[in-house]
Design a protein around this ligand. Structure first.
Ligand code: TYM
Length: 334
């Protein structure tokens, strides 16, 4: 779906609490959520049950969940307008995931690139959990429980949304009209922010720290990471002609500065990498400053955050349980 203005749609998206959020999460997903929040019904989940499909630390997970909740709110998600909740607080997600797994096509599941990438990082076949394989079915359940029409995500999630549509279609034809088929909503310019150290890989929180800019990185850390970012052999600043490393840095500059491509190319016409990188770092730092200030205030209010998530969970349960009940009746389980 192109970047058109949407109104009166039901919108759902989520982020895994598997580490601190980075600018890829912000530019690929959260920034769109804030815009969509105004004129649509919006539901934003912290998908902790997805985060446990790879090795993780159960002692720090509760804090990571609060980190993401604080980041959502600091970025501009208003919990009075949007439902903000934690996946594991709504049991209907895992129950529907099981029911959908009875019709999920194994062949198509085996072609999921996120599964292939993530399982490659694990040491052996036995270190790969069954849940990592069935992860997209849980994601389908997340989306389908809420009558979601639009899912704002980065490019990497497109394949999972296609699978969700296929599962919904198959269910509807087998058991009768039940699910709405969701559409992905992917930004045109920042759908895939690449790693600062390897422009062939997407920026990811599971890679080395110098490869991503966390939303909470201090100004000096941001300056250092950008200064250390790989570049191409020739210092050309062109959205068409630059190599992949500089194209990625230009995309980040464009997203944070809100300037046009022509303005940016003109601005850096005779620039060195040093000039460009320092302008980029200062733009990122200035844009993140209000976010960071708000994040630090909110993140220290654990009780308030838990209250928000509790309320959100309650609202989500109401919607999700009704849909689950309908599904169980259709499947002959009640
Ligand atoms: P996750 O937690 O990996 O990422 C959260 C969101 O950030 C986007 N994103 C990026 N966008 C641009 N450039 C990048 N380098 C980049 N890295 C991440 C992702 O596309 C995503 O939108 N499976 C999902 C979580 C999920 C979900 C859902 C999403 C579970 N259930 C239901 C939508 C609806 C995931 O792993 O996102």
């Amino acid at each position: 779906m192109p970047q058109e203005t949407l109104t009166n749609k039901t919108i759902f998206s989520g982020i895994q609490p598997s580490g601190i959020l980075h600018i890829g999460n912000y530019l690929g997903a959260i920034r769109q959520w804030i815009k969509l929040q105004q004129d649509n019904t919006t539901i934003f989940c912290i998908v902790d049950e997805h985060a446990i499909t790879v090795p993780y630390d159960p002692k720090t997970l509760p804090d990571r969940v609060l980190d993401v909740a604080a980041a959502y709110i600091a970025a501009g998600i208003d919990p009075e307008k949007s439902i903000v909740f934690v996946q594991s607080n709504v049991a209907a997600h895992t129950e529907l995931a099981w029911l959908l797994s009875t019709i999920a096509p194994y062949g198509q599941m085996s072609r999921m690139t996120q599964f292939k990438d993530k399982s490659k990082k694990l040491s052996s076949k036995d270190a790969i959990s069954l849940a990592l394989f069935s992860y997209p079915v849980l994601m389908a359940a997340d989306i389908l429980l809420y009558g979601t029409q639009v899912v704002p995500v980065g490019e990497d999630q497109k394949q999972h949304i296609e699978l969700t549509r296929d599962i919904a279609e198959k269910f509807n034809s087998q058991f009768g009209e039940t699910f709405i088929l969701p559409e992905p909503y992917i930004p045109t310019d920042s759908a895939r922010i690449m790693s600062l150290t390897d422009p062939a890989k997407k920026m990811s929180k599971s890679d080395a720290e110098k490869s991503y800019i966390a939303l909470t990185d201090a100004p000096d850390v941001i300056r250092k990471k950008i200064a250390g970012a790989v570049t191409d052999t020739e210092a050309i600043f062109s959205f068409k002609k630059s190599g992949p490393a500089v194209k990625n840095l230009l995309a980040i500059y464009k997203a944070f500065s809100d300037k046009t491509e022509e303005e940016i190319e003109k601005q850096f016409d005779d620039a060195t990498y040093k000039d460009f990188k320092s302008a980029l770092a200062e733009t990122v730092i200035t844009t993140l400053e209000p976010f960071q200030k708000k994040y630090n205030e909110i993140r220290s209010e654990d009780t308030e955050l838990r209250l928000i998530l509790g309320k959100g969970g309650h609202r989500a349960q109401g919607i999700a349980n009704a849909k689950l009940h309908e599904v169980k009746i259709k499947m002959g389980l009640v």
